[in-house]
Ligand binder design. Structure first.
Ligand SMILES: [Ca+2]
Ligand SMILES: [Ca+2]
Length: 453
C-alpha cells in the first residue's frame, strides 16, 4: 500500500471533502429498495470499477455488493474486527475493507499510509503501524476517539483534531461532550517507511471556551494556489459555530486565516458539507447546513480573497438536515452532479427526513432539481459510485433497515442501470437467494423525470 493508491471513505474523498468530482449521471432516476442484512451503518462506493459498494452492518457483517448484478461477497471477520461503529475505509478493485488493529478506537478507523496504517487507539494515542512495527506519534496527545483522519495527496499531509477536552464547550451533539482544540498536521519524512512527524499543531487559544466542534478537518484548496488548505468548524460557548479555513504553505505552516460569521448564540452548530464548484458560473463555494437539528438552512459561501467567507446564497424557505443530533455520522450529505447537467448539486434530506433532494444553484437562487421520497429516515452515510459517464448511483441505508439504490442515467425508459437490472423478471430479486440477503422486502422501480422548474 502506498499513499498514491486510492482509497475511499464515508466522506467519499480521503480529504474529507464531500465532493464527488467525477460524477456525471443522468436525468432519469430509478429507485431500488432491498432488505439490508441488519441495519446499514456505513457504506463506501468504488470509483474505479462499475457500481461496487462495500457496506458495514450493525450485525458486524461487511458485505461487498454490486448494484447491477448479484456478486455479493460477505467477509469473514474475526471477533475483534466486528465493530460497526468504525466508519468504513475501503480500497482496491474489488473493493476491500481496511480494518483497524484490535487496539483501535471503536469510533475511528485506520487509514492506509505507506506500508502501514495510521489510527487512533483506544487509549487515546495516535499510532502508525506497519507489518513489523508500531509507533506512537510524538508531540501531541489525546486525538479525538471519533476522529476521521483526513489526507491531502496534494500536500502529502494528514490532519486530525487532538487535545480533546470536555472542559471548554460541552455542547455534545457529535456523540460525546469532548472536542479537540488542536488541529494537528502530519507529514511523512524520509523514504516512506519512517515515522510520521507533526509539522504543525494549530492551537485555539482559550479566550472564549473555543473548540473545533467537528470530527474531520477538510483538505481543499480554498485560495486556489495549488496547495490544499484546511476547512474546519470552530465553536464557542457564547457564539456557537463558525467555519474557519487555515490557508497553508507547502510546508504546512499557516499563511492566513479565513472565517465566516459565528451563528451568534451558544449551542448552535453548523455542519460544513463540501467545497465544490457549485456557483451559477462554476464558482467554488463552501456549503453548510446551519442548525441541522432544529431547522437546517442550506447556505453557500465564497472566499472573498482576503479573510472572509461571504454568504452568497441560502435556502430559508425550506429546512433540511444533514446530521442527527448525538450521532457520529457526519456524512449524510454530499455534492455531486448526479443528474448529469454539468452543475453539481447538494444531496441532502429534508428536515422531516421524508425525502432526499438535489439542490442546485441558479443565477437567481437555489432550486430543487430532483427528489426521492423515503419510507423512513436515512441511517447510514451517502455513498456514490460514478464509474461511467452518464451513470451514477447513490446508495444508503435507512432506519427501517432498507438499502436504497438510486440510479441516475441518461437512458430513457425504465431499464437504466446499464441494462443489467431486469425489472420484469425475478432476476433482481435473486439477490435474496444468496445468504447475504435475507430477502427482498420490496423491489420496485419508480421513474422520476427531472423537473427543472
Ligand atoms: Ca491553498
Ligand atoms: Ca447537476
Amino acid at each position: 500500500m502506498t499513499t498514491s493508491e486510492p482509497y475511499w471513505t464515508t466522506a467519499f474523498q480521503p480529504t474529507g471533502n464531500r465532493w464527488a468530482e467525477n460524477c456525471n449521471g443522468g436525468s432519469v432516476l430509478s429507485v431500488k429498495k432491498d432488505a439490508a442484512d441488519g441495519r446499514l451503518e456505513w457504506v463506501v462506493g468504488s470509483q474505479t470499477s462499475d457500481t461496487q459498494f462495500l457496506g458495514l452492518h450493525s450485525n458486524g457483517k461487511v458485505i461487498r455488493f454490486s448494484s447491477t448484478d448479484e456478486s455479493d461477497t460477505t467477509f469473514n471477520l474475526n471477533e475483534d474486527e466486528i465493530v460497526f461503529t468504525r466508519p468504513l475505509v475501503a480500497t482496491g478493485d474489488p473493493l476491500m475493507p481496511i480494518f483497524s488493529p484490535p487496539s483501535g478506537s471503536i469510533y475511528s478507523n485506520a487509514i492506509p499510509v505507506t506500508e502501514g496504517v495510521l489510527y487512533v487507539d483506544s487509549s487515546n494515542t495516535l499510532r502508525f503501524d506497519t507489518e513489523n512495527t508500531t509507533s506512537t506519534i510524538e508531540g501531541i496527545t489525546d486525538p479525538l476517539l471519533d476522529a476521521h483522519i483526513t489526507y491531502s495527496s496534494t500536500n502529502r499531509m494528514w490532519a486530525v483534531y487532538t487535545y480533546m477536552t470536555d472542559q471548554r464547550y460541552d455542547h455534545g451533539i457529535l456523540g460525546d461532550r469532548a472536542e479537540g482544540y488542536h488541529l494537528t498536521i502530519l507529514k511523512q519524512v524520509g523514504d516512506g517507511t519512517s515515522l510520521l512527524q507533526v509539522v504543525n499543531d494549530i492551537v485555539l487559544q482559550d479566550d472564549d471556551f473555543i473548540v473545533f466542534e467537528d470530527l474531520a478537518p477538510v483538505w481543499t484548496d480554498v485560495d486556489q494556489d495549488g496547495i490544499d488548505d484546511l476547512l474546519t468548524t470552530i465553536a464557542t460557548s457564547r457564539q456557537g459555530a463558525a467555519m474557519r479555513v487555515y490557508l497553508l504553505n507547502a510546508d504546512g505552516t499557516v499563511k492566513g486565516q479565513v472565517q465566516s460569521h459565528y451563528i451568534g448564540k451558544g449551542n448552535r452548530w453548523l455542519h460544513k458539507i463540501a467545497h465544490a464548484p457549485t456557483g451559477p458560473n462554476g464558482e467554488w463555494e463552501i456549503l453548510d447546513c446551519r442548525t441541522p437539528h432544529i431547522g437546517g438552512i442550506v447556505r453557500y459561501y465564497q472566499y472573498d480573497g482576503t479573510s472572509k467567507l461571504v454568504e452568497v446564497a441560502r435556502l430559508s424557505s425550506q429546512s433540511y438536515t444533514s446530521h442527527k443530533i448525538g450521532s457520529r455520522n457526519i456524512d449524510q450529505a454530499l455534492v455531486a452532479d448526479l443528474n448529469g447537467d454539468g452543475i453539481p448539486e447538494l444531496i441532502i434530506q429534508n428536515q422531516r427526513r421524508t425525502k432526499i433532494v438535489g439542490l442546485q444553484r441558479t443565477s437567481s437562487g437555489i432550486e430543487e432539481v430532483w427528489s426521492v421520497p423515503l419510507d423512513s429516515a436515512i441511517h447510514s452515510n451517502f455513498a456514490v459510485s460514478c464509474a461511467e459517464i452518464g451513470s451514477a448511483q447513490l446508495v444508503f441505508g435507512t432506519t427501517d433497515d432498507q438499502l436504497y439504490t438510486v440510479s441516475f442515467t441518461t437512458k430513457n425508459g425504465t431499464m437504466g442501470m446499464n441494462g443489467t437490472l431486469d425489472l420484469d423478471g425475478p432476476v433482481a430479486a435473486c439477490r435474496s437467494c444468496s445468504m447475504q440477503w435475507s430477502g427482498i422486502l420490496s423491489l420496485f422501480i419508480v421513474i422520476y423525470h427531472l423537473w427543472l422548474y
